[in-house]
Every structure is written in structure tokens, then in C-alpha cells.
Design a protein. Structure first.
Length: 165
């Protein structure tokens, strides 16, 4: 290793240490952010995300689906229910593209055009004048499961688990 190589490696580490690595002594912000005076904005954004997460735990997905009038269209027993996708706006009662776990408060639409997934905060409001958190799909292509076309879970690239964060 040459002196130039060593200087390059140290410079990369110093840049990482000061611009990427979060420091517990600084409230989990980078030294560069602290020096620039951005820590209050970072703390405020962090507090907003925590508040949003707390709100998501207070309202269940079952309550939201019932309020929006979609719960009665879902079939299944226990916590797992399937039915037409409220995000996509599926009109066929036999559609099963939308899956929700009422115990975990998460949902997913397996329609390739929609692909919506998330928690209670990611469901549309149901009020057409408000912009939904998950945008409605505006393509002319209908949801294959809404038209009765068989779509396998594996064909959609689905897995048994999902990561929301």
C-alpha cells in the first residue's frame, strides 16, 4: 500500500464518519448536520414520524375498513381476510386481490397494476376530495383478479413476508 492509497482510505473514512455515521452523543445526527445547524429540523422530522407511527397504532385497520365500507366485502376467518381491493376500486365481489391481516394491521393488493401495501396510514381516506396516501391506479388496464383471470402468488413475485419500513 502506498502513501497515496493510505491517504485515500483515511479520507474516505473521515468523510463517512462526518457525513454518514450517526453519533449517539449528538442525538443520532451526523457531525456535518450538527455543524450545519440542521439537527433541529432532523429532530422535528423524526418526532413527526414517531407521532405518525403512534397514531397508526391507535386506529386499527379493521376500524378504517369498516368506516370506509370495505370490511363487509372481505371474506375469511380469523385475522386474515381477502376480497376486492379498496385502493384499486375493484367492483367484482369475487375478486380476492386484496389481503389484510387485521391482527398485524397490514394489507397488500396482489394485483400487479396496483401493488399497494402498507399499514392503516397507507389506506386511502375514502373521501374523493382528499388525496389518498396510496395513489389510485389510473391505468385503463383492469385488475386481472377483478376480471376473473387466475393469477398465482408466485407469478407476482410475492413472498410470505413483507417489509413495510
Amino acid at each position: 500500500m502506498s502513501l497515496a492509497d493510505a491517504r485515500r482510505i483515511v479520507a474516505l473514512y473521515v468523510a463517512y464518519y462526518n457525513q454518514v455515521r450517526l453519533h449517539s452523543a449528538l442525538g443520532y445526527v451526523t457531525p456535518a448536520d450538527k455543524l450545519a445547524g440542521w439537527e433541529q429540523e432532523i429532530f422535528a422530522a423524526r418526532d413527526g414520524k414517531l407521532h405518525e407511527a403512534r397514531q397508526g397504532r391507535q386506529v386499527t385497520i379493521e376500524q378504517v375498513l369498516r368506516y370506509l365500507g370495505h370490511l363487509e366485502h372481505l371474506r375469511g376467518s380469523g385475522a386474515q381476510r381477502r376480497g376486492p381491493c379498496p385502493v384499486q376500486g375493484s367492483s367484482r365481489a369475487t375478486s380476492r386481490s386484496f389481503s389484510v391481516n387485521l391482527a398485524k394491521n397490514v394489507f397488500r393488493c396482489f394485483c400487479p397494476e396496483c401493488g399497494a401495501k402498507g399499514n392503516v396510514l397507507d389506506l386511502p381516506s375514502g373521501n374523493s376530495e382528499e388525496e389518498p396516501v396510496v395513489p389510485r391506479v389510473t391505468s385503463a388496464a383492469p385488475c386481472p383478479t377483478a376480471t376473473g383471470e387466475a393469477v398465482s402468488f408466485a407469478a407476482l413475485g410475492g413472498t410470505a413476508t413483507s417489509s413495510l419500513y
